[in-house]
Design a protein around this ligand. Structure first.
Ligand SMILES: NC(=O)c1ccc[n+]([C@@H]2O[C@H](COP(=O)([O-])OP(=O)(O)OC[C@H]3O[C@@H](n4cnc5c(N)ncnc54)[C@H](OP(=O)(O)O)[C@@H]3O)[C@@H](O)[C@H]2O)c1
Length: 324
């Protein structure tokens, strides 16, 4: 099979398309003919050996796929011929064939294409975990998301209203990304430059109830300043590079929280949680209450460019590599 593989840790440019044997199945394994695979920021970090998961070299890039089941264990909830999305947690996704345990495989609603489906699980279930579990989103609350035209960002814009938010504010670095944020459902869009003052004005000085922050860096203290009383700042990632620190007097003075949100860690320590999440998210996708992603598509030959677009900050929306 053809696959996007890394054999040296020199960043996205070191991704090569190679011919390698198909992965072997195992008793609990579902074999999937992969049509499309999602790209996320951890893939960038893994090409440099900077992510918490460090597979042996060489490894196949990517953590999520959409495709058609070739074979599944008897009695499994999916069977040969089913259109599915699946997590490979992490690596082994951008390849013509993937094998993953049955509990990581989900049937895709008919109204969602395989290309869009490849962009759902990793980000949407992270955002669902962030808003429902860690952020305790209450009906009508205002959510602000940084990096709003990115993968996690566009998931937040697509999902927050369906999960109860009254208003969703997008923070982006360029006008082009502002258009992407609007197209994905942002109620309001502000540019990174001067974002705090703009958000204060938009909210009549009150601030927002939840900040979902996949970016970190030097805007972190301003994110605390942007919270309304009893607001929650969700720490999701650090695409800006720098890991911020927090002076806890700011939390006390404003009655606000800074909350860690590591979805993968939660999934690994809470059996059945993925299924609970899909049971809530799937009907919303099937009913069109959560719009499917509108991914930027790259053919397999351009897998390196697909991952590089997240590294060089040019990606808009979810990035997906197509294989069939
Ligand atoms: N905690 C969890 O469970 C979890 C799960 C999944 C992903 N994550 C993390 O979430 C973060 C976002 O992932 P993603 O897949 O959404 O990434 P993405 O699609 O690349 O989006 C990230 C956004 O970050 C902003 N950014 C600011 N400074 C940047 C820089 N120096 N380089 C690149 N981007 C920069 C960009 O928006 P602007 O240009 O508009 O600023 C970009 O759109 C990553 O750190 C990832 O590891 C965490």
């Amino acid at each position: 099979m053809r696959a996007a593989q890394v054999s040296k840790l020199d960043g996205p440019e070191s991704i090569e398309v190679v011919d390698i044997p198909e992965p072997a199945s195992y008793p609990d394994g579902v074999v999937i003919d992969v049509h499309a695979a999602g790209v996320a920021f951890p893939d960038v970090l893994m090409t440099r050996g900077l992510y918490q998961m460090k597979p042996d070299l060489p490894f196949v890039v990517g953590g999520e796929v959409a495709g058609v089941v070739r074979s599944a264990p008897e009695g499994a909830h999916v069977a040969a011929g089913d259109r599915v999305v699946a997590l490979t947690m992490l690596g082994n996704a951008i390849a013509e064939v993937a094998v993953t345990p049955t509990q990581m495989v989900f049937r895709l609603p008919d109204n969602v294409s395989l290309e869009a489906g490849a962009g759902i699980l990793f980000n949407d279930l992270t955002v669902h975990f962030c808003l429902r579990n860690r952020g305790r989103l209450a009906p009508g609350e205002t959510v602000l998301v940084h990096g709003a035209a990115g993968g996690i960002g566009t998931s937040t814009l697509r999902m927050a209203a369906a999960l109860g938010a009254g208003r969703v504010v997008a923070v982006v670095s360029t006008e082009e990304k502002a258009a992407v944020a609007r197209a994905n459902g942002a109620t309001d869009v502000v540019l990174t430059d001067g974002w705090l003052a703009a958000v204060k004005e938009l909210t009549g000085g009150r601030g927002v109830d939840i900040v979902l922050d996949p970016v970190g860096g030097d805007r972190f203290t301003d994110s605390i300043r942007s919270l309304a009383p009893a607001g929650r700042l969700l720490v999701v990632g650090f695409t800006a590079g720098e890991i911020p620190t927090v002076k806890v007097n700011r939390l006390l003075l404003k009655n606000v929280e800074v909350v860690g949100a590591a979805w993968g860690e939660w999934v690994l320590t809470h059996p059945g949680y993925l299924q609970e999440q899909w049971a809530e998210v799937e009907p919303l996708l099937a009913a069109g209450k959560i719009a499917p992603p509108r991914p930027a598509l790259y053919p397999l030959d351009q897998a390196a460019a697909a991952v590089a677009s997240l590294d060089n900050r040019t990606a808009t929306g979810k990035v997906v590599v197509t294989l069939r």
